[in-house]
Write a protein that binds this ligand. Sequence first.
Ligand code: ADP
Ligand code: MG
Ligand code: MG
Length: 893
Amino acid sequence: MNTQWIVRFHDGNAAMRQLLGGKGANLAEMTKAGLPVPPGFTITTDACRAFYAGRTLPGGLMKEVTDALEGVEAQTGRRFGDPQRPLLVSVRSGSVDSMPGMMDTILNLGLNDETVRALADETGNARFAYDCYRRLVQMFGNVVFGVEGVHFETLLHQLKQSVGAASDQQLTAEHWQTLIEQYKAVITRLARTTFPQNVQDQLRLAVEAVFRSWNNQRARIYRSVNRIPDEQGTAVNIQAMVFGNLGDDCGTGVLFTRNPSTGDNVLFGEFLENAQGEDVVAGVRTPRPIDELENAMPEVFAQLTRTARQLEAHYRDMQDIEFTVERGKLYMLQTRVGKRTAQAALKIAADLVAEDTITPDEALLRVEVGHLDQLLHPAIDPEAKLEVLATGLPASPGAASGAAVFDADTAELWAKRGDRVILVRAETTPEDIHGVIAAEGVLTSRGGMTSHAAVVARGMGKCCVCGCEDARVDEASRTAVIGGRVVAEGDIITLDGSTGRVIAGHVPLKDADMTPELMQMLAWADDVRRLRVIANADNPEDAAKAREFGAEGVGLCRTEHMFLSPQRLPVVQAMILAETAEDRLVQLRKLLPMQQADFEGIFRAMDGLPVTIRLLDPPLHEFLPNLEELVGRHLRLTLQQGDADAAERDALAGLIRKVRSLHEANPMLGQRGCRLGIVFPDIYDMQIEAIFRAARVCMLEGVRVLPEIMVPLVGHENELRILRELIDRVAGQVLGADAREVPYKVGTMIEVPRAALTARKIAKHADFFSFGTNDLTQMTFGCSRDDAEGKFLSHYVDNKLLPANPFQVLDGEGVGQLIEWAVAGGRAVKPQLKTGICGEHGGDKESIFFCHSAGLDYVSCSPYRVPLARLAAAQAQLTLGDAADERQERIVS
Ligand code: ADP
Ligand code: MG
Ligand code: MG
């Protein structure tokens, strides 16, 4: 029979996932494999899209459903709505990408006041029949009519209390009948409609409701976090019911073919005797571990074990299986690739390679890049004893301990004086951003995974637990009641952003380890990838850490961080405030050995690997005290009018003048980067000298030094030309005869659009281009990151004006064009020109994919992201191949 909107289980297969959704495609595949699947069919995702386009079920759909149902009736020997042998069905959602628990499913459709009696007679089990019916009325009321579950649960609870029943098991058929009438009344009262007795109406309303559940709030949030397209729609599966609640030779359960938390190759799962569907997850009764099924039902257990092995071998991956046993007979209700922790993902992939089930290349594609992020954040020591107060949403991984504070200003203040703080809020708004920055972690009682706090914290790699409903935050009295415990300002709490746990007190954290499985996986990645992965490291410790994680060099060493330590800042300030050139030089001479020592440390840590050092980039006023503070101090001194203070007052006035003179309306677009180095060459002079002195010292020690000096913010070739002359001159002076032993490179950051556009000219003076994608994004979009993220950007992303935050995911369409243009232009002049990106995008999977296809030579990212970038670069090679060459040719020609 030709059908437009439905596919029967025995006509489909696993490859039809786009059309049938994951659940439908796998039910079809299992049917094809001869496994015991209750008969049924799938309404396609096409039908769902048509439903949304036309705002009503597409014409002809229900006719096809009725026809297909006849097939199920023939197979089961039952009829839908039949007063003697009624067929019951489930109506199950099932999207293309698994969205566990986000959409709705209704069981036991086809029951009404009449058929329920038939079911009772037929099975000789009235309690069972009315149990099914009350489940239907509740699910229907909830999913179709939108009556909140709590109304039903309250009634059930009251009933149990009034009859003195401790569990559902103790309720009788008569109790269920009473409850069903109460449920119907609740629907009438709250939804102003009645529970339909006509089974065809039930079916139609259920299908519509499942389609609608595609757009419920939690489904939408889940999609936006997991980047699942909104247009996809869900399929709907209609399937004959089987009953796990018919007695003690019945049951239902969930089985993973391997342990999803550890990855161990043992069956892992739970089952419940005499239960239906969601009882296992709902926590009505505590389920039993799957091993116990062996004693309870040995034959079923043996068959289940065989089937589990068969499914895993067939899909070549760990499976998450739903099954039901009806009077000793096993039925398979679902199989899908099982969700797993990061640790399990690595172990399972490595084991499957060892078992010869998959190749190393396939294993690389099986591990989610985001998973490595989770693995490499410092985590709570699994040995530690914890007092868990409450659990919220695991919004941003990592763990942090600190003093609870209840507003952003306090967070900032306490952090400034050196305390570690956790910002606790009912919810955060963009105005709290300074508090989020200052805090080690963020806890909110409201808001989901895409709430402001979550998005911002993830963006900053800060741990965050949000939507923690067991935390009552009282910002006015600066306290919170978390899981019944009062937490006052200053009390220490710990957040576990990977699990959502809120823990009392301080908890020891453990630095991430490179497990053998991870090392193995990354070794495979290194064999495959074309992009080199290097790290951003500003000091020897970070450089060493990066190397441990597999970095092949340093791609960005920011020298300004070396100026900010308490011993150095006063010298830097004195240098900036110097009235004369000689005075400035005196201060610079003091800084020189300090910088030199830093560089030596980094060169040693990166022995044999290139180290890219960026000359000073930020505007000078960033090193001076805050203007408002100075003015305030001056005012206080003036008011005191003591003569003794006169000298101090004059000095302060001088300082204020200097700070004012350096003040800029738009520091981001002001005198910074090479503009500073050109106007005040002494500073760059000192830095370059420090680099080459350090290089020489290390070289003489036997360290192989490969310095690469990077000039920031070039927009015109002349800027790079004269600074290159300066670098070459100082190199000659410092290295002298040793010059050949220290092969250095000079390059520039490409972060001003003009530099990208005139790349051919700039390349003449450059050995490498490093795309500073943060500034390049700011200048291409014409917005500053700090202002954008705090104000309009999240609005843009929420409303889908932008596919993602371009500061997190490189904007391939816009900023990417500049990069491709510059690479093509630069290589046309200098085929050996080295190209790469530095900055946060270097640790983002999608951005790394872009870099691969744009033909860049490397990405540079923070040390903790190096393993992740190695994996992503391998995945890019495996999924995109050598696409870069073609692309480059296209741009050049
Ligand atoms: P979810 O995607 O939320 O798991 P499902 O559609 O898988 O939703 O169904 C929810 C529960 O109902 C599952 O435990 C499933 O096994 C059970 N179930 C679904 N259809 C049937 C059926 N035809 N017979 C018995 N149990 C079913
Ligand atoms: Mg399911
Ligand atoms: Mg920059």
